[in-house]
Ligand binder design. Structure first.
Ligand SMILES: Cc1cc2nc3c(=O)[nH]c(=O)nc-3n(C[C@H](O)[C@H](O)[C@H](O)COP(=O)(O)OP(=O)(O)OC[C@H]3O[C@@H](n4cnc5c(N)ncnc54)[C@H](O)[C@@H]3O)c2cc1C
Length: 249
């Protein structure tokens, strides 16, 4: 069977807009850090399931997820009310393109996220392998309001010689109010953190966020000589949508 029922083991509410939860881990469930899986709730026998990046690492005995709350969303309007001990259905086949194997080896690794696009990168920055493969890992997370900066204390506790964390908030006063794409494309990011401007020959980029940010960054990188990982081969940047926009009309 593709889905198994797992138990919620803890819930962390960051704000009205987002929350995290941990679950028991299905037997024999293996994944590469950075991958996503579909999970859902059963409503009158019908499964409502959505893609979710896995926040925990493959070493952990539980699974962890970071969720948006869409007030009228078919899944998250219900998931937001879930309690410890209740069940959630998790698919057995994780997948995704934000894993270390989908990038050529390199010098510095840039992880650029908006909103819940942070989720796969939490898994990656918790993995010691990422620091063996890259000299520096730079995580930039853009949100609209300060309360949406989930995981900031945990990320800060991992920063140091190898991990640089740049949170930015666009709709409130904050130490940095630039959008992740503006920071990267203007070069301001590199002067702020004292690193050379990202170079497709040496550096690597992973993107996860809203479709607009992905389009903007993809156009910028490709015009600068970067190659995206796709079915043709492994490149020096790789992307994944943090969500799909609803069809208009
Ligand atoms: C590969 C992939 C990985 C994903 N990983 C995550 C994840 O780790 N955490 C997560 O919360 N969601 C994630 N999503 C989105 C998720 O699949 C659902 O869309 C989300 O849980 C909302 O479900 P829903 O049924 O309540 O609303 P839906 O009907 O799915 O969405 C309604 C609308 O809400 C908006 N929306 C949906 N999800 C988000 C979001 N995450 N951030 C901002 N706006 C959103 C969009 O405009 C969307 O059209 C991922 C999606 C994809 C394709």
């Amino acid at each position: 069977m593709a889905y198994t029922e797992q138990r919620i083991t803890s819930i962390q509410r960051w704000s009205e807009k987002n929350f995290s939860f941990t679950t028991t881990r299905p037997e024999k469930f293996q994944f590469d850090n950075g991958e996503f899986v579909t999970l859902g709730l059963r409503q009158e026998g019908k499964l409502i399931a959505r893609a979710y990046s896995i926040v925990s690492t493959n070493e952990d005995d539980h699974l962890e997820f970071f969720s948006i709350h869409v007030p009228d969303g078919p899944l998250t309007s219900r998931l937001v009310n879930i309690r410890e001990g209740e069940g959630v259905w998790i698919n057995s086949k994780p997948t995704g393109s934000l894993t270390l194997k989908y990038l050529q080896p390199g010098r510095n690794l840039y992880l650029l996220a908006t909103g819940t696009g942070l989720a796969p990168f939490i898994s990656l920055i918790r993995d010691p392998e990422v620091y063996r493969q890259y000299e520096k890992v730079i995580l930039v997370h853009t949100v609209r309001t300060k309360v949406e900066l989930a995981y900031k204390e945990q990320i800060r506790s991992l920063t140091g010689e190898h991990l640089v964390y740049v949170p930015t908030v666009t709709r409130e006063t904050f130490e940095n109010s630039a959008r992740v794409s503006d920071l990267f494309c203007s070069g301001e990011l590199f002067s702020n953190i004292g690193l050379p401007v990202a170079d497709p020959q040496y550096d690597r980029v992973m993107l996860c966020g809203n479709p607009h940010m992905l389009d903007e960054m993809t156009a910028y990188l490709e015009s600068g000589g970067w190659t995206m990982t796709n079915y043709k081969g492994v490149g020096n940047f790789t992307i994944e949508k943090a969500f799909v926009l609803a069809k208009e009309g």
